[in-house]
Design a protein around this ligand. Structure first.
Ligand code: SF4
Length: 464
């Protein structure tokens, strides 16, 4: 009987894609997937360390696996992978006897060999060695999503923002060759995917190692050429690397979604300087104006941190006013927490009291919710193109999809619509999603792969 594996994923899109890669590698080595820990011969916990409590989450899960082991006698190989593995290394094996293996972020490709070794030796092992080669064998990743495919273009980051642990867990920035990326996009499309999401810590810092003339805008042009691909998204660009060429590519390439995630982190220039973000409130707002002038209707989203060391009430007010001024379609907001090895952890006291951080995040999220509600309400009655990508999480009898601007739209229809881009009239709006109905003639007539892309109707984003 074949051996089984289970991968549990915590974290960002890159972690999700790493899990897809690990699944593919384990399947190549003869393992089969299972959803049950009690059934698995190998359990991989793929961790994220961007936010606080990530380590605690890991040890809680390891404790649960210990209970399972004690209660059932079942004794799988437990591997800890991802950013916490890279960051904590040996300390994981010291603190928990449940972990058999610690696999660093650049050791993913060695996972099957490490698992086999651990199963044979039954001795804890650790591999945090870097791998120079950023290419990944084509066709190995077991993609979970039938409609969208993640494609990594850059690994690591050299920016060292004061709050961020990523440069210490993912290593220095390494670019994948353009030819590898385009080949992977072709392969994903041949496997039925309609959308690709290009991933990198600073995705728009891309410079092809195999083509000196190809920057990120050039890569978008190359990916745009892939026949059968309908949508291109990317995450996350850094505001200071948004070039005129990139804005033109977003404007001119119909498959590139009219959505830009533009992480600002704070509305105060003083705090941005302390964060080492290398742009100011003013230059960020000027960039937003340039983007909106070039691409009217583009949806913007962002990341925001409240309670960074030294953030005063006045600084926080600037975050609120910038949030209002931009009118983001969505926002990921967090209370600052100390991350190991970062500049802030070494040099800046975590001096905003927890209760005040909570007050600020509650206020910011309430403000953002109002903004989203207003933006969404203005879409009622419009017709927008929706790429249907799944059965709705809330109502299994419904489907859900996304607009080019990345807003979730729920609609009723047959599962056969999954993977099709349909014109949908928006009927209702909430703060987090829209609902509507597919225009019947178009839904019936438009075959998969022939859908229009980009914004339709009067989809211009209102300015608040
Ligand atoms: S740009 Fe800054 S926030 Fe983004 S991954 Fe690099 S260090 Fe972290």
């Amino acid at each position: 009987m074949s051996q089984k594996y289970l991968i549990e994923t915590f974290g960002c899109q890159m972690n999700v894609h790493d899990s897809e890669r690990m699944a593919g590698l384990l399947e190549q080595a003869g393992y089969e997937p299972t959803d049950e820990a009690a059934d698995a011969d190998v359990i991989v916990i793929n961790t994220c360390s961007v936010r606080e409590h990530a380590e605690e989450k890991l040890y809680t899960r390891l404790g649960e696996l210990r209970v399972l082991r004690e209660e059932t006698g079942h004794d799988p190989i437990v591997a800890v992978a991802g950013c916490v593995a890279q960051q904590e290394g040996e300390a994981i094996l010291t603190r928990s006897r449940e972990a058999d293996l610690v696999v660093g972020t650049q050791a993913v490709r060695r996972l099957p060999m490490l698992v086999q070794q651990a199963a044979a030796d039954r001795r804890p092992a650790i591999d945090l060695r870097p791998t120079e080669d950023v290419s990944f064998p084509l066709g190995v990743a077991r993609r979970q999503d039938p409609v969208k495919a993640y494609v990594t273009i850059i690994e690591g980051c050299n920016d060292c923002c004061a709050f961020c642990v990523v440069p210490y867990t993912r290593g220095a920035e390494r670019m994948r060759p353009r030819a590898d990326i385009v080949a992977e996009v072709r392969e994903a499309v041949a496997g039925g995917r309609k959308e690709v999401q290009l991933l990198g810590q600073i995705v728009n810092h891309y410079q092809a190692p195999d083509d000196p003339a190809c920057d990120f805008a050039g890569l978008l042009e190359a990916v745009h050429e892939v026949p059968g691909l309908e949508r291109i998204r990317f995450a996350s660009p850094h505001p200071r690397h948004v070039s005129a060429r990139l804005i033109e590519a977003v404007r001119d390439l119909p498959k590139v979604c009219k959505h830009l995630h533009l992480p600002v982190q704070s509305g105060s220039t003083r705090v941005l300087q302390a964060m080492r973000r290398r742009y100011s409130r003013e230059s960020y707002l000027e960039l937003v104006a340039r983007i909106r002038e070039a691409v009217p209707g583009i949806a913007l989203s962002t990341d925001m941190i409240v309670g960074f060391p030294g953030e005063s009430v006045a600084d926080f007010e600037q975050t609120l006013s910038l949030t209002e001024a931009v009118g983001y379609h969505s926002m990921f907001s967090f209370k600052y927490s100390v991350r190991p090895r970062t500049l802030a952890s070494r040099r800046m006291p975590d001096d905003v009291p927890e209760a005040e951080k909570t007050r600020r995040i509650v206020e910011l999220q309430a403000r953002q919710r109002d903004i989203q509600s207003a933006l969404h309400a203005r879409m009622v009655g419009q017709v927008v193109d929706v790429l249907v990508d799944a059965v709705s999480r809330r109502r299994p009898e419904d489907l859900s999809g996304r607009t080019s601007g990345n807003t979730v739209v729920n609609l009723t229809g047959p599962a056969a619509w999954i993977g099709r881009t349909l014109p949908v009239r928006i009927r209702r709006a909430g703060p987090n999603s829209l609902s509507g109905e597919a225009l019947p003639a178009a839904a019936a007539a438009r075959p998969s792969g022939a859908a229009a892309v980009g914004l339709t109707g009067s989809g211009a984003a209102p300015r608040l």
